[in-house]
Ligand binder design. Structure first.
Ligand code: BGC
Length: 743
């Protein structure tokens, strides 16, 4: 790949008057790290992040008043290739352009009221420094001998620095929205061991956690000594680095030391997904103190947590959380480590609700919605990934392109802000209309359709559900969602039109895929799950269909066979259908395929595949085997809504009214969830002990909750007073107690 060093750019300027205020507006095509008078500006990493640069580039604004002074000042920046010029997915470099470019404007207001602007232009110069090359997928090369000390301060002798080239680039500049990526936490390795036989210069650190970000390495060495860092999520059977599943992402960093005492190596313009770090080239054995893992992700605020009496489920919850951390770097991605890292729509759609529990992801999803809209073609179709990349198709197909209405609807329900719906309303309607292209007689992805039919129930376990069934089910579901969006915005006409469309597609679904006795075509779990969850069956067929679903699970030894499409809805369907017992059986199942299988194998993130690694088969096909893929982590939604019992009211957004209805099971004796809502803290925490069900709830100010005791509870009380099983409670803290019947 490119070995072009990162440009270091600078400009000096004089200030002769007292400053009242100074703001820096800055962005790049590529990645920038801005400096002013010797200091890095702001906390952002990998800024300005990733958008379809040809359509939209976000700029960031920093108050730099305190960093400026009278006399000579120096503004500078280092540029990395990033998404703009570097490798993107399995494609080559320069998807958007090359080389990276900087745009900055320092707006100074003096105390006398006059103003001055220092902007990027021909009066800047550039040189090179320690960053010899950088690439998000390949890694970064630094030569610390080459760092021009003081380059970002006034008075630096910029000998040999060259003028910059001013260029034009047509796009839309917009102010930053959504949180920037930041170094959110630092973790220490749990161990380090030598690789190979003594004397080896190679050591493998175990971070104890599959994480995403970069490393900081402290070392003392000699000038010209080069260290190589490789990254892996797993070790192979000989204890070496297993990197085959990274595919063409080389994911390797190099540093050449300057040899002047203790040096700190930290990359600027790359990130890796890893649990293990191998360092080669050391002259002395390191300790865990030499290395830190710097966790990078969009700096959303954490909002929700879940825990219970079963340690394996707590580990699952931790894995879900780390899956979100590692796959929310400005774009909701499928995976953070291999040559992919794309904003896959299907994955984002299934995990969205869980993401919105774990974090305040409102603006994160607003940003993604804009990425989706920026990716539409003239017909309004939505591609499989956003920001879109060349050669990947114009239509994501069922369950993938549907993210365009599902994600914003989820965000609206959780946060109660109609902005995301208003802003993208026309494009969403156009997208629903565009489904006619892939449909005939309301059957979407119909057999003879020559366009892209879809990914099906991706990664199911030998239980293929027909694509046209999935397509038609999602056609009915998404048009129903759009009708609700229209209603939420007060557009009754559209609400009626698209509600009717949904009903019509539902009829087509029934005629084509459902028998009079409730058999749903193909008989897979996902077929039943979609039919039930999207309410596509005549009411008298719901019970038989549910039984057929349970039968299928039963004869598989209480195992699921669903892929990305069916899995997230499966436990909800079972719960709503009165088979909570089966939902818990699946949840507590430890053999694969199950959520806990990976946990029993020491996973610290969610795996892409149910069988990413098994005792008998070893690693799955390295062509597609990520150990950090959040999609199956969508079970997080059920843990919160059903196990702990915090859910949204179906008709009232933002938990202004919540539904608190825990459903204990699976042998759990205790569970709890806390959530910071727009109204304040909402929580539900229960324990079963000595024949009593004790349930503490907190309803935030200006909100209320409908509370439902589990059916096994009798003689319920609230703060010591007898109450009915179901009641509405205003804001406050309550101690609920009931007798608990155990078999
Ligand atoms: C990605 C997925 C994605 C899928 C679509 C894979 O390569 O990693 O998560 O949804 O392709 O088929």
């Amino acid at each position: 790949y490119s070995y072009v060093p990162s440009p270091y750019m600078r400009r000096e300027f004089s200030i002769g008057k007292a400053i009242a205020q100074a703001r820096l507006y800055i962005t790049a095509l590529g990645i920038y790290e801005a400096h002013l008078n010797g200091q890095k500006i702001g906390e952002a990493e990998l800024a300005p992040g990733w958008t379809d640069y040809a359509r939209r580039v976000r700029y960031q604004t920093y108050d730099v008043t305190a960093l400026l002074g009278e006399g000579v000042n120096c503004l500078g920046a280092i540029l990395g290739d990033g998404w703009f010029s570097g490798h993107l997915a399995w494609l080559s470099r320069e998807t958007y352009g090359d080389p990276p470019k900087l745009l900055a404007q320092l707006a100074i207001t003096y105390q006398d009221g006059s103003t001055e602007t220092i902007a990027t232009g021909p009066d800047w110069s550039h040189g090179f420094g320690a960053v010899r090359s950088s690439d998000l997928l390949m890694g970064e090369v630094q030569d610390l001998r080459k760092e021009p000390a003081g380059w970002d301060r006034p008075g630096f002798a910029a000998n040999g620095w060259m003028p910059v080239e001013a260029t034009k680039y047509e796009t839309k500049l917009v102010a930053q929205y959504a949180p920037l990526i930041e170094a959110v936490e630092e973790i220490k390795p749990v161990s380090v061991r030598m690789k190979g036989a003594w004397p080896s210069d190679r050591f493998i650190f175990d971070m104890g956690q599959n994480m995403v970000g970069k490393i900081r390495f402290r070392v003392q060495g000699t000038a010209g000594q080069t260290l190589t860092f490789r990254f892996a999520e797993r070790l192979d059977k000989d204890g070496g680095m297993y990197t085959t599943n990274y595919r063409s992402a080389r994911s390797t960093d190099y540093v050449t030391l300057a040899g002047n005492g203790e040096e700190v190596f930290e990359t600027k313009f790359t990130f890796h997904g890893f649990q293990y770090v191998e360092v080669a080239g050391l002259s002395e054995p390191p300790t865990v103190d030499n290395l830190s893992g710097i966790v990078l992700h969009s700096a959303w605020e954490p909002t929700g947590d879940f825990s219970c009496s079963e340690p394996l489920l707590n580990q699952l919850q931790s894995n879900i959380r780390w899956g979100w951390k590692g796959n929310s770097l400005d774009v909701p991605t499928d995976c953070p480590q291999r040559d992919e890292r794309l904003g896959w729509t299907g994955d984002a759609q299934v995990f969205g609700r869980t993401a919105c529990f774990l974090s305040d992801a409102q603006t994160f999803f607003e940003k993604y919605q804009q990425d989706l809209e920026d990716s539409t073609n003239a017909d309004g179709q939505i591609p499989p990934v956003a920001p879109t990349v060349p050669k990947i198709g114009i239509d994501g197909g069922p369950a993938w392109s549907d993210a365009f209405v599902i994600c914003p609807w989820t965000a609206y329900r959780v946060y109660g802000d109609t902005t995301i719906l208003e802003r993208h309303y026309d494009a969403m309607r156009k997208w629903v209309d565009s489904l006619q292209i892939s449909s005939r007689d309301d059957i979407r992805s119909y057999e003879g359709y020559t366009g892209f039919k879809g990914f099906g129930d991706w990664l199911n376990t030998n239980a293929e559900t027909p694509i046209e069934l999935i397509g038609t089910a999602f056609y009915a579901y998404s048009s129903a969602i759009f009708a609700k969006i229209a209603a939420a915005l007060g557009n009754r006409e559209d609400a009626k039109t698209y509600g009717a469309l949904s009903e019509r597609v539902k009829k087509a679904f029934q005629n084509r895929f459902v028998t009079p006795s409730g058999l749903v075509s193909s008989g897979t779990q996902t077929a039943y799950v979609l039919a039930l969850h999207f309410d596509l069956l005549p009411s008298d067929l719901r019970a038989p269909a549910l039984q057929l679903l349970v039968d299928d699970i039963g004869w598989r030894g209480w195992k699921l066979s669903t892929g990305f499409v069916g899995t997230s809805y499966l436990p909800h369907v079972l719960t709503e259908g009165g088979r909570l017992d089966v939902a818990y059986k699946l949840l507590m199942q430890k053999g694969w395929p199950s959520w806990l299988y990976a946990v029993t194998q020491g996973a610290t993130t969610i795996w892409e595949r149910w069988d990413g690694w098994t005792e008998d088969k070893g690693f799955q096909d390295p062509g597609m085997n990520s150990f950090n893929h959040y999609a199956y982590g969508a079970i997080g939604e059920w843990l919160v809504s059903t196990v702990a019992g915090i859910d949204l009211d179906p008709d009232v957004p933002a938990y202004k009214k919540s539904r608190l209805a825990p459903r204990p099971g699976g042998g759990l004796t205790q569970a709890q969830a806390h959530l910071k809502t727009r109204f304040g803290k909402l929580s539900s925490s229960w324990a079963i002990e000595g024949g009593k069900f004790r349930w503490n709830i907190v309803v935030p100010p200006n909100a209320d909750a409908s509370t439902v005791f589990p059916p096994e509870a009798s003689n319920p009380t609230c703060n010591g007073v007898a109450v009915p099983n179901q009641q509405n409670l205003p804001a406050g803290s309550y101690e609920m107690v009931a007798d608990w019947l155990t078999e």
